[in-house]
Design a protein around this ligand. Structure first.
Ligand SMILES: [Zn+2]
Length: 151
């Protein structure tokens, strides 16, 4: 099982290799596994108080090493794009809404993470439904989401 320490290593690597422009903010960014979830791969939030921190939470199901590390890295990269765009971060906010005009995917591509993004999209289609089925009991009355926001 992956630990929060391993997640921190992934985050360090991602910042060093693809987000070097925010390496001076590394101490502000925290990461940990959260609850197991069907539709939420990750999120980023900023704490209140004087010393604001940005906290990335990763779907608890991703502790399982059967989940490819690329999926976790793509999720981390997605949340770092929000940070770069000034959401849940001290940086200036670039757009009104976090996913405006596909800005996150564009940011990933511009940083050389297009292949990782493609891998994740494919994997979500082909593999994820089976993993959800194996990890959650079906609920007959659950309303089907017309639109899923993953992050
Ligand atoms: Zn997002």
């Amino acid at each position: 099982m992956r630990t929060d320490t391993i997640l921190n290593n992934y985050l360090d690597r991602m910042i060093t290799d693809y987000f070097a422009n925010i390496k001076d903010h590394r101490d502000l960014v925290y990461i940990a596994f959260g609850r197991r979830a069907r539709t939420r791969l990750g999120s980023i939030k900023q704490t209140g108080g004087l010393e604001k921190r940005s906290i990335i939470t990763i779907n608890g199901l991703f502790r399982d090493e059967a989940i490819p590390k690329e999926i976790i890295n793509a999720t981390i990269a997605h949340e770092l794009c929000h940070f770069v765009h000034g959401f849940s971060s001290p940086l200036p906010q670039l757009v009104s809404y976090p996913h405006q005009g596909g800005i996150v995917d564009k940011e990933m591509k511009s940083r050389g993470l297009g292949n990782l993004l493609d891998f994740q999209k494919k994997w979500l289609k082909t593999e994820w439904p089976g993993i959800v089925k194996a990890n959650f009991k079906p609920t007959a009355r659950r309303r089907r989401a017309r639109f899923i926001r993953w992050f």
